[in-house]
Design a protein around this ligand. Structure first.
Ligand code: NAP
Length: 288
C-alpha cells in the first residue's frame, strides 16, 4: 500500500470525527464530509464536498456501520444523503478505503471492488480495545441504576470473552464480588485463577446477584433462568442481536433490564475514535 498522507472522512458519528481529529494531530491532512449538522467543535477539520474530499485524499474512512439502509452512507450528522451508487464506487475505486462492517455492503448486494476496502471492525485488536470503553460504559450504567456501591456488590458476568474479561477485571478492582460464567473448561481454569467465582453458563446459580452483565449473544436468560437467577437484580445486556435476554419474560417478571448497545461511541467517542485510527494505522503498516 502506498504511503497515505491525506485522509478523507465521509459520514459517521462522533467517533469518526475523533478519528479525524486524532489523525490530524499526527500531522496528516484530513478533510471531512457529511458533518454539516455536527453542532459541536470539529476542530480544524476542513469540511468539503464529497467530490473534493475524495479527490484530495489517498485514504478514505467510512463509518461503522458503513450503511444502515443499504442505499446511503451512515451519516447521522448530515441532512444530505450520500448515495452508495455506482458513481460513488467509481470515485473511490483507486483509493484505499477503510470502513466498519463491510459485510453490510454484501447484505444489500452493493457492487464494489473489495480489493481496496479494509474493514477495521473485523480486526481482533479493534474488538479487544473496544472492550474497554464497553466495560466502562456498562459500569457507568450499573452505578446509575444500582442504589448501592459497586464495592461489595454481588456481580455476575455471563460470558468470558473480550468484554467479560475486561469487565471482570474492572469490577474486581472496584471491590465487587465477581462471579463469571463460561462454557469451556479452559475459561473455568482462567476464571478461577484470576480469583473470580465460576459458574456454568448452562446452569447459572440460584442465588441473588445485585447486578448481572450479559455478554453472550444468545438467549441465556430465558424465563426459567430469569426467575431462578435474576429476580431483584439489575440485568445489563451488552450482547448484540439476538441479545441475551427474553425481554418479554423479563418485563412480566418485573426485572430491571437494560439493553446497552454501542457503548464505546456513546461513553467514550474520543477513545473509540482513537481505536479506529490505531486499527487503520495497523492495516496500513501491514499492507506497506
Ligand atoms: P466474544 O469475545 O466473542 O465473547 C463472547 C462470549 O460469549 C464468549 O465467552 C463465548 O463463549 C460466549 N458465548 C457465545 N455464544 C454462546 C452460547 N450460545 N452459549 C454460551 N456462551 C456463548 O465477544 P465480545 O467481544 O466479548 O462481545 C460480546 C458481545 O457484545 C457481542 O455480541 C458483541 O457484538 C457485543 N458488543 C457490544 C458492545 C456494546 O456496546 N454493548 C460493544 C462491543 C461488542 P465461547 O468462547 O465458549 O464461545
Amino acid at each position: 500500500m502506498p504511503k497515505i498522507e491525506r485522509f478523507g472522512i465521509i459520514g459517521g458519528d462522533k467517533r469518526q470525527l475523533e478519528t479525524g481529529i486524532s489523525i490530524q494531530k499526527d500531522g496528516y491532512n484530513v478533510n471531512i464530509c457529511g458533518f454539516e449538522n455536527a453542532n459541536f467543535i470539529v476542530n480544524n477539520l476542513k469540511q468539503d464536498t464529497l467530490y473534493n474530499v475524495i479527490n484530495n485524499s489517498d485514504g478514505i474512512i467510512l463509518p461503522l456501520p458503513i450503511t444502515r439502509d443499504g442505499k446511503t452512507i451512515n451519516a447521522p450528522f448530515s441532512s444530505n444523503e450520500i448515495s452508495l451508487n455506482n458513481e460513488f464506487f467509481d470515485l473511490i475505486k483507486n483509493k484505499k478505503v477503510f470502513c466498519g462492517m463491510a459485510e453490510t455492503l454484501f447484505k444489500y448486494n452493493l457492487q464494489y471492488n473489495n480489493n481496496n476496502i479494509y474493514d477495521y471492525f473485523a480486526r481482533e485488536e479493534f474488538a479487544v480495545e473496544n472492550a474497554v470503553p464497553t466495560a466502562e460504559g456498562a459500569i457507568e450504567i450499573a452505578m446509575r441504576e444500582y442504589n448501592g456501591t459497586i464495592n461489595g456488590s454481588k456481580c455476575l458476568i455471563t460470558g468470558y470473552g473480550r468484554i467479560g474479561k475486561v469487565l471482570a477485571h474492572l469490577l474486581k478492582g472496584l471491590g465487587a464480588v465477581v462471579t463469571v460464567s463460561a462454557r469451556k473448561k479452559e475459561d473455568e481454569a482462567w476464571i478461577t485463577l484470576q480469583g473470580y467465582k465460576f459458574a456454568k453458563t448452562s446452569s447459572l446459580p440460584e442465588e441473588h446477584f445485585d447486578i448481572i452483565f450479559n455478554t453472550i449473544p444468545s438467549i441465556v436468560f430465558d424465563a426459567r433462568t430469569l426467575a431462578k437467577t435474576a429476580i431483584n437484580s439489575i440485568l445489563i445486556d451488552l450482547a448484540s442481536a439476538p441479545y441475551g435476554v427474553d425481554y418479554n419474560s423479563a418485563e412480566r417478571l418485573g426485572i430491571n433490564t437494560i439493553k446497552a448497545l454501542s457503548l464505546p461511541g456513546k461513553v467514550a467517542p474520543k477513545t473509540a475514535g482513537e481505536i479506529i485510527k490505531n486499527t487503520i494505522y495497523n492495516i496500513i503498516e501491514e499492507e506497506t
